[in-house]
Design a protein around this ligand. Structure first.
Ligand SMILES: Cc1ncc(COP(=O)(O)O)c(C=O)c1O
Ligand SMILES: N[C@@H](CCCC[NH3+])C(=O)O
Length: 445
């Protein structure tokens, strides 16, 4: 059952809709056309770490965490590590009082390696392997979100002590976003429909090692209409009421997932966390009152909204060509390998030149990558100085989420490093892969 949002559920908050900025909070104009992030010149960073390089503004990440935690004081805010996870990032999340949403043995391993408190972690996945589950269980993961009926027995057999579990629900909400990242409607791979949830809860109740804690839903990412979240919350609470009536179970935990949008280009609307938090709180309270349910402990799982705007990717221009069709192609030393989003979702980006004094003449160009894919187009209709030439530096905004974490070494091009900036200092978080890494994975002739 997929429905559109009824008009009364639409966000009617008092704040006017604002335009957002895709650049990090500490980004400042530097001298000679430089851009300074975390007090560090991007021209200097490119010289020191090479290009392409992902730059992360630590203050931006921490500020986003504080904004969410401040707006949702009684709600657990779990950062979705799939957006970008490294040991430093996990440490920042621990320090900021965040919880962590993890989805593989690899992500669990990073959290564990920095001593992230296991009770503040949640394991997700529609096809968790036995290895994922074993690693998470031995770490002591706080909650496991069960995504299929068969997973109930699998987790139960592996658990050595009582394990809290949630069941992932398909709420039947068609989120306003790209179809590849919409996960609230019926015809997709995540979660269970209400009948499947009932069956899974029944099975959980039969397993002495499993503790039914509650329900989870995640309707999609970069969700354009916040009312979709409210509708999903109501749907899941209605299911919680049905579970109480039919099975006598209390849903004490309600995890509503992530999906909060960020602005990638000028003109994108900013998502205002505080008014949304009020709306969500009211929706949950009113729905619980109507259904005569106790208000559950809420969790939300923002990923992109925490990490995206902190990130900038630096590239060098390699060539400039004019096509027969009259377009100017500016080719850079990265592309599809470090940013598959442009091709996968037709994502749009904000790009500027760095370290070039203001130019009086500009040209609209297409920025393309170095990979053997005609679709390796990073950004179209970008205004750059008309005399842009090889060796010039470009910065692409809003690349802190789902860039490093989705990068590949296609064409055996090594993945770029991640460098954090803060208080006029830079620090390598993830090293650049090398040509030796590319050869070392290959074990035979
Ligand atoms: C279960 C779950 N929670 C949270 C997220 C984070 O989503 P976003 O980065 O859009 O906030 C995702 C990814 O879409 C997810 O699958
Ligand atoms: N990879 C997607 C987001 C997926 C979210 C995870 N379920 C993106 O870059 O927009």
């Amino acid at each position: 059952m997929t429905t559109t949002v009824p008009p009364e559920a639409r966000i009617t908050g008092p704040s006017p809709r604002r335009l957002g900025s895709p650049w990090p909070l500490t980004a400042r104009q530097g001298v000679g056309g430089d851009l300074v992030v975390g007090g560090v010149s991007l021209v200097e960073l490119a010289g020191r770490y090479g290009t392409p390089t992902y730059v992360v503004d630590e203050v931006d990440v921490r500020t986003r965490c504080r904004t969410f935690r401040g707006a949702f004081p009684d709600v657990e805010v779990a950062y979705a590590g799939k957006a970008f996870l490294s040991r430093a990032m996990a440490t920042w999340m621990a320090e900021e009082g965040m919880s962590l949403d993890l989805c593989s043995a690899g992500e669990v391993g990073v959290a564990e390696s920095v001593g992230f408190p296991a009770e503040r972690t949640i394991l997700h996945g529609n096809a968790k392997t036995v290895a994922d589950l074993e690693v998470a269980l031995s770490y002591g993961v706080g909650r496991i979100v069960l995504d299929s009926a068969s997973e109930v027995a699998r987790v139960s057999v592996l658990a050595q002590r009582p394990q809290r579990v949630l069941i992932r629900v398909i709420p039947g909400v068609d989120a306003h976003t790209h179809p590849a990242i919409a996960t609230g409607s019926e015809d997709q791979k995540f979660g269970l429909r209400p009948g499947g949830v009932r069956e899974a809860v029944r099975r959980v109740l039969e397993q002495p090692q499993l503790v039914y804690a509650g329900l989870h839903c995640h309707i999609g990412s970069q969700v354009g209409d916040p009312s979709d979240f409210l509708l999903a919350a109501r749907r899941v609470l209605e299911l919680a009421r049905a579970l109480r009536d039919e099975l006598g179970v209390e849903t004490t935990d309600l995890d509503l997932g992530g999906g909060y949008p960020v602005p990638y280009v000028v003109g994108d609307i900013a998502f205002d966390v505080a008014p949304f938090a009020d709306q969500l709180r009211r929706t949950v309270q009113d729905t619980c009152a109507r259904l005569r349910l106790p208000v559950p402990r809420l969790t939300i799982e923002p990923g992109r909204a925490i990490a995206a705007r902190a990130g900038v990717t630096l590239y060098r221009v390699v060539s400039v060509k004019r096509s027969a069709g009259g377009r100017t192609f500016v080719a850079v030393d990265g592309g599809f390998g470090d940013n598959p989003r442009a091709e996968m979702y037709g994502a749009r980006y904000t790009v500027r030149s760095v370290g070039r004094p203001a130019s009086s003449r500009h040209e609209i160009v297409t920025i393309v990558g170095r990979y053997c894919e005609a679709g390796d187009v990073l950004a179209e209709d970008i205004l750059l100085p008309a005399d842009i030439h090889p060796g010039d530096l470009l910065a692409v905004a809003c690349t802190g989420a789902y860039h490093h974490s989705m990068a590949s070494s296609y064409n055996l091009v090594p993945r770029p490093p991640v460098v954090a900036v803060r208080d006029e200092t830079s620090r390598l978080l993830v090293r650049r892969e090398t040509d030796v890494d590319m050869r070392c994975r290959d074990v035979g002739l």
